[in-house]
Write a protein that binds this ligand. Structure first.
Ligand SMILES: Cc1ncc(COP(=O)(O)O)c(C=O)c1O
Length: 379
């Protein structure tokens, strides 16, 4: 890590290889991956279908500017739009970039400036996205002033949203489940209620599915549990199964307000990422991975909830997005789990977050449960 700038904390591990839901360090030690690169490797590691798709595409074409068309790009866009019931889309390369794009599109489509996000939201760390992010002071404060015309309201509180929104609001952006905010699940119907409030105020609803999308919660999009029809959906992380990719799905009305050159990038929609993305969507469908995420997720959740420990406050989640909230600091537990061969994500001060690949089987969970029991009960 000598030449790498110190912007990341260190897990003290060098990971050299992955296979399915397992990772291997430089000494060959095996880890169950409940980290998935923060949710990116949705189909695990060394996935044969993704590998075959990108190997084939490498032999044809890897990058192509958005001013040309390409069959892999068109096919991926068509599939993604169909499966999310959105008519149009824009390609980019990461989550923060998807959020930046959505903010610009919201301004163009409404002619308004203000964006409303939720308290404890995480939308990325570029300047625009960071202006919306509200999880930790240390992320925002050193970079003030951030974007103007941004407000925050209490997540899952429609009355507070009604007080905050106005005729100046271009868009409200919401995670269907707050990920970095500690795996916070809103009440059923919150997203559709938020959409109604947006409509009443002439504002757009943007759903950030960057962490929750691509099957993580048992549906392709977590917002599909709520039957909401957003105006825009941001996607990234698992979108191309580990190849960098991001996207914003948009309505026809918004698309109609965009013009050539209003927002572009060099790598977005590159055929390599698109070929990987097609393989991800095909594999999810062929292997019934949405039901796997739901079944194995609820099995994992209920087995973890059965662990009686004086240190655990609550175990919650949906599908394969699970939080173990502790009464104490999470980092020591995350380290103890890592030492015993399970990689998890420390979140806020006291939450252990699990985002395993959605290919995980009950047998993998059964092997891991005694380790969770030991670490969580020993304190
Ligand atoms: C909900 C959400 N939005 C946006 C982002 C930013 O994505 P990226 O790190 O690819 O910029 C993340 C990353 O964790 C996220 O969880």
């Amino acid at each position: 890590m000598d030449n790498i700038a110190p912007t990341y904390g260190s897990r003290g591990l060098s990971i050299e290889r992955g296979e399915g839901v397992y990772l291997f360090d430089s000494a060959g030690k095996k880890y169950l991956d409940c980290f998935s690169n923060m949710g990116v490797n949705i189909l695990g590691h060394n996935n044969p279908d993704i590998n075959a798709a990108i190997t084939k595409q490498i032999g044809l074409l890897t990058n192509l500017h958005g001013s040309f068309s390409n069959s892999a790009r068109s096919k991926f866009a068509e599939k993604l739009c169909k499966e999310t019931s959105m008519p149009k889309m824009f390609f980019c390369n990461s989550g923060a970039e998807a959020v930046e794009s959505a903010m610009k599109f919201a301004r163009l489509a409404t002619g308004r400036k203000e964006i409303i996000a939720a308290k404890m939201a995480y939308h990325g760390k570029t300047f625009g996205a960071l202006s919306l992010t509200n999880t930790m002071k240390k992320y925002n404060e050193p970079f003030l002033p951030l974007l103007e015309h941004v407000k925050h309201f209490s997540y899952d509180d429609t009355e507070d949203l009604k007080r905050t929104i106005s005729s100046e609001t271009a868009a409200v952006i919401l995670e269907p489940i707050q990920g970095e905010g500690g795996v916070r699940l809103p009440s059923q119907g919150f997203l559709s209620a938020a959409k109604k409030i947006c409509e009443e105020n002439g504002a757009l609803l943007v759903i950030d599915e960057i962490q929750t999308g691509m099957g993580r919660t048992g549906k392709l999009l977590a917002s599909q549990h709520d039957d909401v029809r957003p105006d825009m959906i941001c996607m990234a992380k698992g979108l191309a199964g580990g190849v960098p990719a991001g996207a914003v799905l948009i309505s026809d009305e918004i698309s109609g307000k965009l013009f050539s050159g209003c927002h572009t990038n060099t790598f977005g929609g590159n055929p390599l990422a698109c070929a990987a993305g097609i393989a991800v969507l095909d594999t999810i469908e062929r292997d019934g991975l949405l039901s796997n995420a739901e079944d194995v997720g609820s099995y994992f959740l209920s087995r973890l909830q059965e662990i009686k420990s004086p240190y655990v406050r609550e175990v919650r989640g949906r599908g394969l997005m699970i939080a173990i909230e502790l009464k104490t600091k999470a980092s020591d537990y995350v380290k103890a789990l890592q030492d015993k061969g399970i990689l998890t994500i420390p979140t806020l001060a006291n939450v252990i977050r699990l985002l395993p690949p959605i290919i995980i089987a009950k047998e993998d969970v059964d092997l891991a449960l005694p380790v969770f029991r030991e670490v969580l009960t020993n304190g």
